[in-house]
Design a protein around this ligand. Structure first.
Ligand SMILES: NC(=O)C1=CN([C@@H]2O[C@H](COP(=O)(O)OP(=O)(O)OC[C@H]3O[C@@H](n4cnc5c(N)ncnc54)[C@H](O)[C@@H]3O)[C@@H](O)[C@H]2O)C=CC1
Ligand SMILES: O=C(O)CCC(=O)C(=O)O
Length: 413
């Protein structure tokens, strides 16, 4: 990747990488000329996070680090945030947007890893392997077929038929399962999958229910005692989505009463902040549950791909201004700007800003080589390529920064 000069010398841009993101991310930043890379293999306690983020220009994290509005208040220099995962619920996206900070993620790179794990768990649950495994560990031996089933011919109910849900469906059909799904959007059914009439219909018909929805207000506690009671007696539940989707006490009660035959749970309402911290859950000690420490997407293949994908998006934004695939920002795909200087102006979407921007350029009588504008209801993002020397671009940048409503300005040389 070519090293480009930016308004802020690249060697001064501080990249803060948390939670042991893949080394491939470090390599991408280094190849692009970024040398100030602070790498932490864990999430930081909040006080330390606030201190470190106050000096960072780019921050990369996974699912543990909470970037609340309060934490972002201390992030005065921050240009961009990279979530090295799919979920972005750990970042206050609105607060980031209102501070003019785009957030990027990796929407696909770990989806196959989650799908493979879920299909494997479906087979293990149907065979009653969690209980048999626990029993053998205790020295027990009960060789019997009772309660043990093939998944072939059984019905898998997928809640949330997106990137992961669809792949789970395709893999499950290869094992001969019948696949039904429920989604709030109309979805193209892959293979022989069939949409259920609704969540209740899916719960009533599935032998195994697997959840693949994001954490949103509509999915919070969507599976509680009432929904579990609608499932077939002895059915299985898999949750590799988010811990807030399932009322965990209701799940524990159903597993103990036999309403559910088993469960595989990878995500929890409260997860330990660091490896080595105690994991507390009402599901601990239940033999019919497979517990995993939020590793659905944690394969080396996925993490290496995510490292490359998210770091490349951050570098592209920092070097070129492109916000393509940002989750909270107007998306602009920008060409290279060889021969022009590029001014970036991020502002609140209030009347009058654009005319003030145009006034400044006409007063300076510079040649405009390209102009790009995208807005969303809250934010405007203007990119202007000009033929000018660095001093002139710097002067224009200062005037742009003084326009009321301006959130950030930069020059890319
Ligand atoms: N355990 C782990 O390590 C991982 C967990 N995840 C979780 O899995 C989630 C899903 O990932 P993808 O499939 O890539 O996301 P996606 O965005 O492709 O699919 C999510 C689907 O859920 C649907 N949906 C949203 N609200 C719904 C509701 N109330 N009822 C029914 N459907 C609803 C959406 O319309 C969409 O089709 C992520 O948001 C993340 O929270 C993702 C990766 C790794
Ligand atoms: O790998 C991680 O840290 C989180 C994975 C996950 O839950 C996601 O990608 O949304």
């Amino acid at each position: 990747m070519a090293s480009k000069k930016t308004s802020f010398p690249k060697q001064d841009i501080r990249v803060l990488l948390l939670e042991g993101v893949s080394q491939t991310a470090v390599e991408i930043f280094q190849a692009a000329g970024y040398s100030q890379i602070e790498y932490h293999s864990k999430a930081l306690p909040e006080d330390e996070l606030k201190a470190r983020i106050s000096e960072a220009h780019i921050v990369g994290l996974r699912s543990r680090t909470q970037l609340s509005a309060e934490v972002l208040t201390d992030a005065k220099r921050l240009l961009a945030i990279g979530c090295f995962c799919i979920g972005t619920n750990q970042v206050d996206l609105e607060a980031a947007e209102q501070a003019g900070i785009p957030v990027f993620n990796a929407p696909y790179s770990n989806t196959r890893s989650v799908a493979e794990l879920v299909v494997a768990q479906a087979v293990l649950l149907a065979r009653g392997i969690p209980q048999k495994n626990a029993e053998c560990h205790r020295g027990g031996w009960s060789k019997a077929a009772t309660g043990s089933h093939e998944v072939r011919g059984k019905t898998l109910g997928i809640v949330g038929y997106g990137h992961i849900g669809t792949q789970v469906g395709v893999l499950a059909e290869a094992l001969g399962m019948r696949v039904i799904f429920h989604d709030i959007d109309t979805k193209l059914a892959l293979g022989n999958a069939q949409p259920a009439a609704g969540l209740e219909d899916l719960l009533a018909r599935a032998d195994i229910v697997t959840l693949h929805v994001p954490e949103t207000p509509s999915t919070q506690w969507m599976i509680g005692a009432e929904q579990i009671a609608k499932m077939k007696r002895g059915a299985h539940l898999i949750n590799a989505a988010r811990g807030t989707v399932v009322v965990i006490e209701a799940l524990a009660a159903a597993l103990q009463s036999g309403q559910l035959g088993g469960a595989a749970v990878d995500v929890f309402p409260v997860e330990p902040k660091a490896n080595g911290d105690e994991f507390q859950s009402p599901l601990r000690g239940l033999d019919n549950v497979i517990l995993t420490p939020h590793i659905g997407g944690s394969t080396l293949e996925a993490q290496d791909n995510i490292g490359v994908e998210v770091a490349a998006k951050l570098v592209r934004y920092s070097d070129n201004g492109s916000t393509l695939s940002s989750v909270n920002f107007p998306e602009v795909t920008l060409p290279e700007h060889a021969g022009s200087l590029r001014l970036l102006h991020i502002h609140r979407n209030v009347p009058g800003v654009l005319s003030k921007i145009n006034d400044i350029f006409s007063r300076h009588a510079v040649n405009i080589d390209g102009q790009f504008l995208r807005t969303d209801p809250k934010l405007g993002y203007v990119v202007i390529d000009i033929t000018a020397d660095e001093a002139k671009a710097g002067a224009i940048k200062d005037e742009l920064a003084a326009i009321p409503g301006t959130l950030r300005t930069r020059v890319l040389y």
